[in-house]
Design a protein around this ligand. Structure first.
Ligand SMILES: NC(=O)c1ccc[n+]([C@@H]2O[C@H](COP(=O)([O-])OP(=O)(O)OC[C@H]3O[C@@H](n4cnc5c(N)ncnc54)[C@H](O)[C@@H]3O)[C@@H](O)[C@H]2O)c1
Length: 275
């Protein structure tokens, strides 16, 4: 059921890969809330049947782009404005990838070429997107740009590896560009720090199952899933949150503010007694 939260708004959604993707849920929900959108992902992902089907279902043009490539991003904004008939109101950056994680390189044995790629794909692409949009003046006043982060930006989580550094940079870019974009064009820039979520990128993280269950028992409200994340993103694209900018907003069932829960302590004591 929709509330017309995004009625008449134009959006670009980066990063919908399959129906588990957070961006996929955002795209579906944005449409239900009355938005018109375009979708973007890597050329390889855009050729996949699932992404093509999503485009058809949502009547959304699919514009391939490597998010680390400035010319590709310029083309996404240009083609989106043409397809949607005007300047953009909201952008979702839902992109992350680490070759160090994929290839099993631990944080004390990083491959630095891989690290550069992690930072470029997962964080600097957010800056590139913002700079391209700013220079093209492609986003309307009171527009909203969102990136997706994780609490490992603030605290160490074994296995999250160099993605933690990427998320710290992503959140910093939201603050730094958010100041300029807010002051000059009244565009807001935020990151949403989401619970562990069972997606393709998520399952690349070492020990995701354990991390998922741990976060779930620690959080008073339990983990937030991809659809719940999408709903939260929509509120941040809507006109109801026009003065929220330069923030990292936790969407994690309360996890980030809990020391330990009774249930986690109980499980810990049980396990400890068995050793
Ligand atoms: N899954 C989790 O546990 C979790 C938790 C917190 C934050 N996040 C963040 O949410 C975002 C979305 O991830 P997801 O969990 O939905 O997984 P996902 O695998 O569905 O999405 C990641 C997307 O990044 C795209 N991508 C990778 N390299 C790219 C490039 N060079 N150019 C353009 N696109 C590229 C992929 O094609 C894919 O669509 C990521 O930023 C991720 O770090 C995920």
């Amino acid at each position: 059921m929709g509330f017309d939260l995004l009625k008449g708004k134009r959006g670009i959604i980066f990063g919908a890969l399959n129906d588990k993707s957070i961006a996929w849920k955002v795209a579906e929900r944005a449409k239900e809330e009355g938005a018109i959108i375009t979708l973007s992902n890597t050329p390889v992902a855009c050729r996949m049947g699932e992404v093509v089907a999503l485009g058809e279902k949502l009547d959304a043009k699919i514009i391939p782009a490597d998010a680390t490539n400035v010319a590709d991003l310029e083309n996404v904004f240009k083609e989106s404005m043409e397809a949607l008939g005007g300047k953009i109101d909201f952008v979702l950056h839902s992109i992350g990838m680490s070759l160090n994680v994929r290839k099993g390189r631990t944080y004390d044995d990083l491959d630095y070429n891989f690290l550069n790629k992690t930072l470029d794909i997962s964080a600097i692409s957010f800056h590139k997107m913002l700079q391209v949009a700013y220079k093209m003046d492609a986003i309307n006043e009171w527009g909203s740009v969102l990136g997706l982060s994780y609490v490992a930006a603030q605290r160490t989580f074994v296995g999250y590896n160099d993605m933690a550094d990427a998320k710290s940079l992503l959140e910093s870019i939201a603050r730094s560009f958010g100041f300029i974009y807010g002051k000059e064009r009244k565009v807001r820039v935020n990151t949403v720090s989401q619970s562990p979520t069972l997606t393709t990128a998520g399952s690349g993280v070492k020990g995701l199952d354990g991390l998922f269950n741990f976060a779930d028992t620690m959080s008073p409200l339990g983990n937030a899933d991809a659809l719940e994340c999408a709903d939260y993103c929509l509120t941040l694209f809507s006109d109801l949150t026009r003065k929220v900018t330069m923030q990292n907003l936790f969407h994690d069932g309360g996890f980030s503010n809990v020391g330990i829960s009774e249930r986690t302590m109980e499980l810990y004591n049980k396990g400890f007694g068995q050793e």
